[in-house]
Design a protein around this ligand. Sequence first.
Ligand code: ZN
Length: 452
Amino acid sequence: MGRLIVLFLLVVSLPLFADADKLEFTLHKKESGKPGKTILVIGGIQGDEPGGFNAASLLVTHYQVNKGNIWVVPNLNFQSIIHRSRGMNGDMNRKFANVPSSDPDYDTVQRIKQLIKSEQVDYIFNLHDGSGFYRETYIDKMHSPMRWGQSIIIDQEELDDHDLGNMNEAARTIVDRVNERLLDQEHVYRVKNTRTREGDHEMEKTLTYFAINHGKPAIGIEASKSLPTHQRAYYHLQVLEAYMDWLGLEYQRDMNLQAAAVKDAIDNNVKVSFYQNRIFMDMKNARKTLRYVPLREGSHVEFSASSPLVAITSRKNGYRINYGNRRVTDLHPQYFDYDNSLSSITMLVDGEEKQVTPGSIVDVDQAFRVETLEGYRVNVIGWSKKKLKNESGHDIYRNEIVKRYSIDKQGTIFRVELYKDKKFSGMVLVRFPRGSETAKYREAEPFVQQSG
Ligand SMILES: [Zn+2]
C-alpha cells in the first residue's frame, strides 16, 4: 500500500451536459491506418439489454485495432439505457422501415441509418439480449424455437453480389468457434434465420433488415437474458472476436476474455473527471448522494468519463450520474469560482513524501497529511479539529474521519479539497484499504513520521 495512483481516463467524446431526453449516441472510430475491413458494432438499441451495450462499451475502452477498423456505437438508445427501459418512445428496432419525423427517435434513427450506409462499412453487428435459449426444436418453455438467447440472427442466408454475402455460412463457422468457449453447455450458440423477406412483417422494420436492403451484410447477436450481465457481455465479445478474426481484422485488448475479468472491467469502469481533472471521482460503489461537490460557478459541467455509458444529466438539486442501466449517484453541488494555479501538493503518505496532482487517488494504509502550502487551504471532508480552518500539516488517520463522508458506501474513499481564498483549486482522493478497518486499526502500529 501507500502507492500513488494516477488514473488516466479515456476521454470519450461525451456531450458536455445533457438533459436526459436529449442524450445522443456516440460513435467511436477505432482505426488502424492499415487497410482492412470496417465493422460497425451497435449496442443499446433497446435500453434494457445491458449485455449488448456493455460489450460494445468494452470494445471502445479495452480494445485496440491493428488492422482494419472498428466503429462502435455503444449507446444507440441512450435515453432508454439510463432509464432501464426497452424503449422510452417505443421499440426503436421497429422504426427502420418507416418512422414519422414527429417521432422522438426520428433523429437517432436517421443518424444511425447514415452510418449503416457509409461506404466504408463492410459488416454490421446489432447486439441484443434475448429471452431464454434459442433451439431449433422445442425442448421446454425456455429452450425452444420461440426463444432468442444465445443465437446469431440472420434475416436470410445470402446477400447476393457481395463478397461477404454468405451470412449463413459465416454464422455457422462463428457459432462453431464460440461453442468451444462456453461457460456451460446450456449456453450453446445456434444460428437463427428469421427469413424476413419471406413475410416476417415485424422483422422487416429492423435495423439489420434495413442494412441488408442497402447492400450491407448485417446480423443480430443475442445473448440470453437468463444469464448475468457480465456473462452476456462475455459471449457478445466472443462472437465479435470470432467475426473479427474471420474478417481479417487484427486487434488487441487489455483484459482477459474470461467471465470474471469481464465482470471486473464492467464494474470498474465508472470513473469521472470534471474540469480537466480538477476533480476526479472513482464512482464504483458510490453513495446515493454526494453533497457539497465543488462545481464551477456559472458554466456547464465539463466532464470526461472512463466509459461511453456514463451520462450526467441535470436534476432539480444538481446532477445525476448514470452508468448504463445503473444509477450511480446524485451530485449536489456547491458552486465556486475555480483557481487553476495549483499543479501539485506535497503529501506525507504512511511516512513517505509524495507529489500529488489534483485529480489523483492516493492509496493510504494508515495515515496521511497534506503539507502546508503557502496561500492554500486544505479541507479533508469528514475530518475536523475545533477552530482549525486549514487542515494541512496534520496527520490524519482513517478512524478520525467520519465514515459517512466517504464517496463510497464502504467508507474507504475520502475527499481532500484545496482552496485558494474563496476559490476551489482541486481535489485529491485518499483511499484506505477495504475490510475490517476497526480491527485493523486497533492492531496498527503507531504512525511514525519519517521526514518533513
Ligand atoms: Zn433486443
